[in-house]
Design a protein around this ligand. Structure first.
Ligand code: HEM
Length: 126
């Protein structure tokens, strides 16, 4: 697939075009078709990841897609993973845990930069 990457914040889309005729999920795509991959959606594919909506740090199974795949795999993935690990450990060291509130999550209204603008949590005492 030819590349036309969009690099804005937490990237959830990848755009490009097919270089040869192919079939994807039963849909025939002629060579030169424009395609947009929704990486965030791929990570919630129930066929690959049971309970995909669950934040599960111990999840096993196929590798997921937030850092892409193949030759353009994210160069900063080790740094991003280390920062996330340090931040979550620092937070969890200071409390007894975090529990989701019943209040709904509010999402940023974009398919490019996907993420919550409001994530109601209860901080449990340590
Ligand atoms: C949670 C944080 C991050 C996410 C979710 C993320 C995600 C991605 C994704 C999906 C790609 C595209 C892969 C593709 O086109 O197939 C990418 C590429 C890239 N990322 Fe990240 N990234 C993150 C953090 C970082 C950081 C911290 C750096 C640098 C310090 C970085 C540097 C790059 C570079 C240089 C590429 C281009 C690699 C290439 O085209 O060969 N990223 N990233």
């Amino acid at each position: 697939m030819g590349k036309c990457n969009c690099r804005q914040g937490e990237k959830v889309i990848d755009a490009g075009h097919t270089t040869a005729e192919t079939e994807l999920c039963g849909v025939r795509l002629p060579a030169g078709s424009h395609v947009m991959l929704l990486l965030g959606s791929a990570c919630r594919d129930e066929a690959q990841f049971p309970n995909s909506e669950r934040f599960d740090l111990d999840r096993e199974g196929p590798s997921n897609m937030p850092f892409g795949h193949g030759i353009h795999f994210c160069l900063g993935a080790p740094l991003a993973r280390m920062e996330a690990r340090l931040a979550l450990n620092a937070l969890l060291d200071r409390c007894g845990g975090l529990v989701r509130d019943a209040t709904p999550v509010q999402w940023h209204a974009s398919i490019v930069v996907r993420g919550p603008t409001v994530l109601p949590l209860t901080v449990l005492p340590g």
